[in-house]
Design a binder for this molecule. Structure first.
Ligand SMILES: C[S@@+](CC[C@H](N)C(=O)[O-])C[C@H]1O[C@@H](n2cnc3c(N)ncnc32)[C@H](O)[C@@H]1O
Length: 191
């Protein structure tokens, strides 16, 4: 028997309802979430739209990434990595009841190359929030989205030293292509 999974810490989950609405309204069947952490959002989407989704790809490297590369002592880095490994296991356990779940433990840009062009209905980007990483994620994942499908992401409004989603999204797409939805979600319909 599996031990009970940890409860989610208190977070603002408005973006999840927005993502669920987007999945529903677009009738998306093949969905990818890029940056999943413990799989709480995946679980919420699959609980709400499980009847509609045929494949839900959960993409995460579960490795130290740029935003947390503070060069701490090696022992601390090992502890952080051990924590990430634990989160990866937790995510896999959380996804056990969902037959549509497909877990891909790779860096985002590498994972995108596994997909045929224009075969996904919706891609939700929520990985490394730095300007460069969001730009790379959009470049890597946009070709996997079908025409008329949605590329979307979280934390549009967060701009700080380690995050500039807005800057990356605004630089990549024309202003009239970008829609901002509740929960700091950005979305673009692929032409
Ligand atoms: C903000 S959390 C994701 C939260 C999740 N979408 C949710 O709603 O619960 C960011 C995650 O992105 C992952 N990540 C960051 N950069 C990545 C990259 N370049 N490739 C793959 N995963 C990455 C991290 O390991 C982390 O688990």
């Amino acid at each position: 028997m599996y031990k009970e999974l940890p409860k989610e810490p208190v977070v603002d989950i408005l973006y999840r309802s927005t993502l669920i609405d987007l999945v529903r309204q677009s009738s998306a069947k093949r969905v990818a979430e890029v940056g999943v952490y413990a799989g709480f959002t995946a679980q919420a989407v699959l609980d709400a739209c499980g009847d509609q989704i045929s494949e839900y790809y959960l993409v995460d490297a579960w490795r130290l990434f740029k935003a947390c590369e503070l060069s701490p002592p090696i022992g601390v880095q090992r502890q952080w990595q051990a924590n990430f490994d634990g989160v990866a296991v937790e995510c896999c356990q959380r996804m056990l009841p969902y037959s549509a779940a497909r877990i891909i433990r790779l860096w985002s840009v590498e994972a995108a190359t596994l997909f045929e062009l224009e075969t996904l209905d919706l891609v939700f980007i929520d990985g490394d929030h730095t300007f460069g990483a969001v730009t790379s994620d959009i470049k890597a994942w946009l070709p996997t989205v079908r025409r008329g499908g949605l590329i979307t992401g979280h934390d549009y409004g967060i701009v700080c030293e380690d995050a500039n989603v807005k800057g990356a999204v605004d630089a990549f797409f024309a202003a009239d292509e970008i829609q901002i939805l509740p929960g700091s979600v950005w979305v673009v319909k692929k032409k």
